[in-house]
Design a protein around this ligand. Structure first.
Ligand code: ZN
Length: 239
């Protein structure tokens, strides 16, 4: 990526709820969650978006696709185990070399997230459609630009602490749920040369990826995670 070339985003989704004819996800997202996110991102200035899904060869993430990806977004839920280790290795390598990674919602248990962070990703949850407010606690961070004080979601699945993640470099949102739990809903890390952002919203039975503020955060995050100085460090003997 150079200053004038577009940011190349690959939106990955396991795309399984979307294939179930009786799943409400199909009514909310006829184009799939990946389709909704890619369409939104592609409409933003300077961003190109493509989609990739689990059932494609190599899950749509061949060496060639990843070589042309500046930032990868990842949504998974019911099929984490079906993701091939070879593809996890490849994504990890690309992040260490500088590719950005945006991890969404239930991808807290995805192989790529756990590989890169090294913890269990375990949390507490409850799915009764309760209200969530995500409070912005770092208003000066580029990922929350234009978001305001809080994102108010009338109906979501609850994720509660403790969330087993390594200490984040920045915590941008703390969620409060109607049932009383709290959660670190927007966290950043760096691994190698790559930037990683975990963002909690996105349960498949509510229209979360139709919310303007949620989409703004994801767009900001994609721009923030753009590679700064990509490349591979090699072991070198110095004379
Ligand atoms: Zn969920």
């Amino acid at each position: 990526m150079t200053a004038n070339s577009p940011l190349r985003v690959t939106v990955w989704n396991e795309n399984r709820h979307e294939q179930d004819p009786d799943h409400v996800c199909r009514q909310i997202y006829p184009e799939g969650m990946h389709g909704a996110l890619a369409e939104h991102l592609a409409a933003q200035e300077g961003i190109e978006a493509r989609i990739a899904t689990l059932d494609e060869p190599e899950h749509g993430l061949s060496e060639a696709v990843l070589a042309e990806t500046d930032v990868l977004t990842w949504w998974g839920h019911m099929a984490h185990e079906e993701v091939a280790e070879e593809v996890v290795d490849r994504v990890q390598r690309r992040v260490l070399d500088g590719m950005g990674l945006i991890v969404l919602h239930s991808a807290h248990l995805s192989k790529v997230f756990l590989r890169l962070l090294g913890t269990s990703g375990i949390l507490r949850w409850r799915d009764v459609g309760e209200r969530e407010r995500l409070w912005v606690i770092e208003p000066g961070h580029p990922i929350v630009r234009g978001v305001g004080e809080c994102i108010d979601l009338p109906q979501t699945e609850m994720y509660g602490e403790r969330f087993d993640i390594p200490k984040p470099e920045a915590i941008l949102f703390i969620s409060h749920f109607e049932g009383g739990e709290v959660f670190r809903s927007g966290c950043t890390w760096q691994r190698g040369r790559g930037r990683i952002f975990y963002f909690r919203p996105g349960h498949e039975t509510f229209p979360i990826y139709r919310n303007e503020q949620v989409l703004r955060v994801i767009t900001n995050a994609v721009r923030w995670a753009a590679p700064v100085n990509p490349g591979r460090d090699e072991v070198r003997q110095i004379s």
